[in-house]
Design a protein around this ligand. Sequence first.
Ligand code: G3P
Length: 274
Amino acid sequence: MVKIFIDSADIDEIKQAYAWGIADGVTTNPSLLKKAVDKRKKKGQKLNLKTYINEILKVAKGTPVSLEVTETTAAGMIKQGKALYKMFNKVAKNVYIKIPINPAFKNSDSTHFDGIIAIKALSKAKIPTNCTLIFTPEQALLAAKAGASFVSPFAGRVDDFLRINAKLKFTKTDHYPVWGETKGKKLLHDNGIVSGIDLVEQCVRVLKHYNLKTEVLAASLRNTRQVREAAMVGSAIATLPLFVIQDMLKHQKTYEGMKGFTKDIVPAYVALTK
Ligand code: G3P
């Protein structure tokens, strides 16, 4: 069964998802943490980040919580990853260290393998990792080989990339066809990846041939149809913003059905269980 993680560093959102009883984990990243911190700052609230993260870990007890490194060299990521794990894993024993597959900022940087080196070192130290910013199955393969527990293909951002390159108009939550989009007669693709969900599927297909413990965690999902498709292609995990989890239950005909059934209630039937 596909596991549903909440993609948020906002404690209120995380609490809500766990209260609904469907959350199997939490993913955070520096941007999500900034959003959560800024929201509290705006409200004039003081925030002790250590206590705040402890609270997230406690709410998610028994399920994985990814905390991302901010360093960009292998040595820096290993040091920070170990320090984060030491500081936080004792709270609820559920910390996964999130490491970018490649922390380089440009092609000419010399740090392309630093993510892999960090994953390998943390994995050797028995610290579970979630390898993030995956945009090719090859990256997922190397991350899995290095010992990552999760590999996170960023589906929505692949769709963004294809649409922006083709100068297509879209909004962030628009669905992009899993089979791809054409411009003129040409199928849009990024080195053979035709959509974000296609990337997820290719990662699943590549990893399933081998006896690896690594799970595919479909990330950057912005609408419910992508969640359905991530599950259809066999992603082990889908991490979702709260609004996408909420949208998964909504349908006009469900509301209509509820209204009709409620209108037709036979009072004697209700009285049976009063
Ligand atoms: O889990 C990754 C996610 O937070 C990125 O989402 O929508 O910014 O591409 P998005």
